[in-house]
Design a protein around this ligand. Sequence first.
Ligand SMILES: Nc1ncnc2c1ncn2[C@@H]1O[C@H](COP(=O)(O)OP(=O)(O)OP(=O)(O)O)[C@@H](O)[C@H]1O
Ligand SMILES: [Mg+2]
Length: 261
Amino acid sequence: MSALTIDKVWKEYGDQIVLEDISIEIESRAFVALVGPSGCGKTTFLRMLLGQEPPTRGTILIDGRPLSAEPGPDRGVVFQRYSVFPHLTVLGNVLIGKEMTTARYSARLFGTARKAAIEEARAMIAEVGLTHAEDKYPAQLSGGMQQRLALAQALVMKPKVLLLDEPFGALDPGIRAEIHTLMTRLWHENSMTVVMVTHDMREAFTLATRVVAFERRRDRPEEKLRYGATITRDLPIWPPRQAGRPSLIRPDRDGPVASGH
Ligand SMILES: Nc1ncnc2c1ncn2[C@@H]1O[C@H](COP(=O)(O)OP(=O)(O)OP(=O)(O)O)[C@@H](O)[C@H]1O
Ligand SMILES: [Mg+2]
């Protein structure tokens, strides 16, 4: 299970109210697409779910329990760029999370523990289609391959919640479509709840079970600081998609379900 309860959450930086009164229940294994204008606080919201930033007021619960104060292995994240370590190979990047959590001080594993971790990492690398690139460094990979690597790096930790901040925004359309198919498969096969920020409505409707919009209700310059963004729309996707169940509509075959909503 991996349900999120966000209850009356506010986020302020100094005098600036960024988010106001956000309340939303995200059911276990949902795939929420978060949309909204630039600067409205989407990344800030993800950072709060990750535990990198505390809310100014309000509570965030995961399966009914408060989030731990620090980012933990139950939450994974992929950013638009720079999620992976440039000085590690593909295999090294996927192994590093295991090494950091299992061997906290040395960040090195030995013997059978290392063998098992390598096997798991290789299986995950195969899942995202990078087996042939195991020994390459990120700079030797295309943008799409780097984002596959970032997904593998996050997923090998078996996060309950996967947070995606415009992860496919920099990819060109063909590669995007391919990675959408992969993302859908990973969501079906891994037991996780996904919250993905995107600027692309087509992408939101292609992947999500639910599209949530953040917006400032008052946006005049003199009001900007005193009013934060809040949830202005919350649209379920039709026909409903359910993790682990084949959907009536497949993004690789049918393209986006709807656009222009
Ligand atoms: N650490 C911080 N300190 C002060 N202000 C911050 C901090 N982080 C974010 N902000 C402010 O919060 C507001 C929302 O920023 P955020 O990055 O969450 O927006 P966003 O919706 O992700 O935008 P974009 O679509 O451009 O990525 C901005 O006005 C930003 O300046
Ligand atoms: Mg952002």
